[in-house]
Ligand binder design. Structure first.
Ligand code: NDP
Length: 292
């Protein structure tokens, strides 16, 4: 069994980005600048944004955190978005989701300038990605593709079953893995909550991408010998024996599935850290594309 070590690979990618940024600094060029907009005080969002800002600092990017009150109006947030779109010192920005219920998430995401949309959630970027044009690819599927590529996991002609069809993970990874190119050329089946006989499908798969958010859903009897398992799931499960009061679980019953898998990602330390590294990669791309 080979562990697809997202922590190690993401550190490698961060070092590569850091080297590129040092080169920019030594040539007197402006370094990439990422901003993060956080509305409210949701615990998980604060953690995610905090680690994104720290990662920016580590690789030498400029970063700005815009922390807004939970009760901010949609109109004020849209004004803030417009300001960020106009800011010439800023290469890219993200709006941390979820937003409070009184704000229309779709309206906000549509207001982001696609050239600064380093999360890759704007329809213009999604469309460009689907058409195999230069685009910001959402960080999680981008991270999965990088991990598959760097570990030389065979995908060409393989059957991949993606469980989950969300706009940020399941749907884009199913498109990317079916496209031509590295980590692509797979024959992809997309499964979701209406799929019948899921285990029969996953048992036929050479590669399974689990992105549904149900802890330890994929068990060893659902997997064929030698399969590649990508676990995107992150769920906090209450655990009083842990100092934080919870543990993080993936969508895969790791201990038993790892016995049958050839390649497998752990949780934590798999796709999570790759996601942050690819957000940095997208910001670097934004800096390079906007300069050219
Ligand atoms: P969503 O809730 O948006 O989508 C879940 C998908 O799973 C839906 O398509 C749903 O089907 C499908 N699904 C739900 N139940 C079943 C079932 N019993 N059988 C088959 N399919 C099912 O989740 P996300 O895609 O946003 O996230 C998925 C997981 O990945 C979560 O745990 C999330 O925390 C994690 N995540 C991790 C990231 C990382 O950095 N590692 C980044 C983003 C997400 P339907 O469409 O029919 O409802």
């Amino acid at each position: 069994m080979i562990l697809l070590d997202g922590k190690h690979t993401s550190n490698q990618i961060k070092e590569e980005i850091k080297d590129t940024v040092s080169g920019m600094k030594s040539r007197g060029e402006r370094v990439p600048h990422l901003a993060a907009v956080l509305v409210g005080n949701d615990g998980a969002s604060l953690t995610y944004v905090g680690s994104k800002v720290r990662s920016c600092e580590y690789v030498g990017f400029d970063s700005t955190l815009i922390h807004l009150e939970e009760n901010i109006t949609e109109a004020v947030l849209l004004k803030q978005i417009e300001k960020l779109n106009q800011d010439k010192t800023l290469d890219g920005y993200i709006v941390q989701l979820p937003l409070p219920k009184h704000i229309d998430e779709e309206k906000i995401l549509l207001a982001i300038d696609p050239k600064k949309d380093v999360d890759g959630f704007h329809p213009a970027n999604f469309g460009r990605m689907a058409l195999e044009l230069d685009a910001f690819i959402p960080a999680t599927p981008f991270g999965i593709m990088q991990l598959l590529e760097r570990y030389k996991v065979p995908t060409n002609g393989k059957h991949c079953v993606v469980v989950g069809r969300s706009h940020i993970v399941g749907r884009p990874i199913s498109i990317l893995m079916s496209q031509k190119g590295p980590a692509g050329n797979a024959t992809v089946t997309v499964a979701h909550s209406r799929t019948e006989q899921l285990a029969e499908l996953t048992r036929q798969a050479d590669i399974i991408v689990m992105a549904l958010g149900i802890p330890e859903y994929l068990t060893a009897d659902m997997v064929k010998e030698g399969a590649t398992i990508i676990d995107v799931g992150i769920t906090r499960v209450a655990d009083d024996s842990h100092p934080k009061g919870y543990v993080i679980k993936g969508d895969v019953k790791f201990d038993e599935v790892a016995q049958k898998a050839h390649f497998i990602t752990p949780v934590p330390g798999g796709i999570g850290p790759m996601t942050i590294a690819m957000l940095l990669k997208n910001t670097l791309l934004a800096r390079q594309w906007n300069a050219s």
